[in-house]
Write a protein that binds this ligand. Structure first.
Ligand code: NAP
Length: 315
């Protein structure tokens, strides 16, 4: 059993790294398979965010990449080991669980914490990739208060609860928020929809799709297509926030764990346990609602404590 880890943590966002800090401090010698390119990059969604202003402890904000570098350093200082690779598959039939990476390595572990996050769905446009982080974001809560967006017209793309919530949030900073939806009615719950319709700073643009993000080095506007008559127009905005859903990163599990209808791992309220004993879930991969770094970090702590207790019970 000497080659079998006590705990492997898959994912290196705030959930995975917090789990690593706690597991290492509990002398479990965790191995973090931190990812490489699948579902984003090691460090998770904060690696593609600018300044993080809502993570407690940093009154002046902290650069997202710096925050993740700090967390990784803290986990390493505590004794966690890291493997930079993507997980290709996991055999969860019974402990020890077997994890195989895209690089061809195989690892065995008595317990497993899945913290692979969720990837914000993005519009598949060349101009979107070019201007990503230069006025385009997928997180109004993270980026909405940045100076470049203050008192400027902004756009939110999407028609679900997230889109409405983001638009509502952005009205605190923007001169005006356009909510751009591809259909003629919102998918959002009626209470959220009414809130959007009642907000004088939100203008709903129905039946519009984004054809192109405009601007050389920074976003300056959107080229929109009206889906009812095909006409094209330009809208001047300083920021665009995509809220077109998230995709939880669970493909490598091949259906071995219970998920909800949208693919998020199911855990009981207030717990980190999954449908297989010894396998725990933390962070956005199990959170279709909050999706905040600090919430993910908290659930990483919970998962590590639950794994520690579960391992103790096995002895
Ligand atoms: P969602 O409900 O899946 O909505 C995604 C929206 O994006 C839909 O309106 C969809 O349009 C649109 N969309 C998808 N792909 C698109 C594309 N390629 N181009 C343009 N538009 C596109 O996702 P969500 O809003 O992130 O919500 C996810 C879950 O979290 C939901 O269950 C939601 O209720 C929940 N949530 C709850 C709250 C809250 O209660 N406070 C807040 C946020 C999220 P169509 O409508 O045409 O499909």
């Amino acid at each position: 059993m000497s080659n079998v880890s006590n705990v492997i943590i898959i994912g290196s966002g705030p959930a995975g790294l917090t789990a690593a800090i706690y597991a290492a401090r509990a002398n479990l010698s965790p191995l973090v398979i931190e990812g490489f390119q699948s579902g984003g990059m090691p460090g998770g969604q904060l690696m593609i965010t600018g300044v993080v202003e809502n993570f407690p402890g940093f009154p002046d904000g902290i650069d997202g990449q710096q925050l993740m570098a700090n967390m990784k350093q803290q986990a390493q200082n505590a004794g966690a080991a890291f493997e930079m690779d993507d997980v290709a598959s996991a055999d969860l039939t019974s402990p020890p669980f077997t994890i195989t990476t895209e690089g061809g390595s195989t690892f065995q572990t008595q317990s497993l914490i899945i913290a692979t996050g969720a990837t914000a769905r993005r519009l598949p446009l060349e101009s979107e990739q070019r201007l990503w982080g230069r006025g385009i974001s997928a997180c109004a809560v993270c980026d909405g208060a940045l100076p470049i967006f203050r008192n400027q017209p902004l756009a939110v793309i999407g028609g679900g609860d997230s889109a409405v919530e983001e638009a509502d949030h952005l009205t605190k900073f923007a001169s005006k928020v356009y909510l751009i939806h591809r259909r003629d009615r919102l998918r959002a719950s009626s209470i959220m929809s009414k809130r959007a319709e009642a907000n004088p700073k939100i203008e709903l643009l129905w039946n519009r799709t984004v054809e192109e993000f405009l601007g050389d080095t920074m976003l300056s506007g959107l080229k929109l297509k009206d889906t009812t008559d095909g006409s094209v127009s330009e809208l001047q905005v300083a920021g665009a926030f995509e809220a077109i859903g998230h995709i939880p990163n669970t493909g490598f599990l091949d259906g071995q764990l219970d998920t909800d209808s949208e693919g998020y791992l199911v855990v009981p309220p207030g717990r980190s346990t999954t449908s297989i004993e010894g396998v725990f879930a933390a962070g956005d991969v199990r959170d279709p609602v909050y999706r905040q770094a600090v919430a993910a970090a908290g659930s990483g702590c919970m998962a590590a404590l639950e794994a520690e207790r579960w391992l103790a019970l096995q002895e």
